[in-house]
Write a protein that binds this ligand. Structure first.
Ligand SMILES: NC(=O)c1ccc[n+]([C@@H]2O[C@H](COP(=O)([O-])OP(=O)(O)OC[C@H]3O[C@@H](n4cnc5c(N)ncnc54)[C@H](O)[C@@H]3O)[C@@H](O)[C@H]2O)c1
Length: 254
């Protein structure tokens, strides 16, 4: 028996990285998965590889900043898979720039994707979740949603915002059986954190001073998403779930 048997999950940013890891993991646990992204070819490839392994998956082109894309994506999920039980607002972008060089356009792009995208997504699935008697929404923050960092003013603003959005919406939606939680990942090996020419050892060395001394792999964040999507987390809502290898616990001496 799968931990998500009978559930339908829509995962944004599912064409690669953490989102692809979540889509694959959910499908392996019995969910029908909508892989949503604005990158069509890799997004379709993730859905196809799930189907090849006997799972149920459907790719939809969905730019999370577009209300029209959200309406169309959720309509397809309802028509072809019966509705949405789980929404993972994973799609995100980063701009690393000193504050003085960060433009209003940079700030708006980052807020639009990371914060407004989650807002639109939650509103889009509400009707379907209510009709199905409840659901689970998982929003993505970051350790930069707990602590500021140089060069990350726009990103941190968006990720602090996601935590406030989650808590407030959770308070309103509990009555409908809809749980809303935030995942707070630490540094994870994906394209977002890629540096040209770096080896595995170099990536992990950058975090040697922290408790687990390495970066996460996408599957380790997907494990937490699976817990929050499943009924195993039935009493969790409005909360932050940190998977950061101890990065925000503090740096040990020496
Ligand atoms: N990688 C890390 O170290 C790390 C740490 C903390 C939090 N996060 C968060 O985890 C989430 C996933 O990050 P990742 O590392 O897998 O990134 P990634 O860059 O590897 O993948 C992000 C995916 O989101 C998609 N996307 C971006 N903008 C979109 C839009 N407007 N509409 C639809 N899809 C869009 C991209 O096409 C891509 O497939 C993000 O929210 C990120 O902020 C990542």
């Amino acid at each position: 028996m799968g931990r998500l048997d009978g559930k339908t999950a829509l995962v944004t940013g599912a064409a690669r990285g953490i989102g692809a890891g979540i889509a694959e993991r959910f499908a392996a646990e019995g969910a029908a998965v909508i892989t949503a992204d604005r990158r069509d070819e890799p997004g379709e490839a993730v859905a196809a590889s799930i189907r090849e392994r006997g799972g149920r998956a459907l790719y939809v082109h969905l730019d999370v900043t577009s209300g029209a894309d959200w309406s169309a994506g959720v309509e397809r999920a309802v028509a072809e898979l019966g509705g949405v039980d789980v929404l993972v607002n994973n799609a995100g972008i980063i701009r690393v720039k000193p504050f003085e060089q960060t433009t209003l356009e940079d700030l708006r792009r980052v807020l639009d994707t990371n914060l407004v995208g989650a807002f639109l997504g939650m509103q889009a699935v509400l009707g379907s979740m209510r009709a199905r008697g409840g659901g689970s929404i998982v929003n993505f923050s970051s350790v930069q949603g707990l602590e500021g960092r140089e060069g990350m003013s726009a990103y941190a603003a968006s990720k602090f915002g996601v935590r406030g959005l989650t808590r407030s919406v959770a308070i309103e939606l509990g009555v409908h059986g809809i749980r809303v939680n935030t995942i707070v990942p630490g540094p994870t090996r994906t394209r977002m954190t890629e540096r040209e020419g770096w080896t595995d050892a170099q990536y992990d060395a950058a975090y040697r001073g922290y408790p687990l001394g390495r970066m996460a792999r996408a599957g380790e964040i997907a494990s937490l998403a699976l817990f929050l999507a499943s009924d195993e987390s039935s009493f969790c809502t409005g909360a932050d779930f940190v998977a950061d290898g101890g990065v925000t616990a503090g740096k040990p001496r020496g």
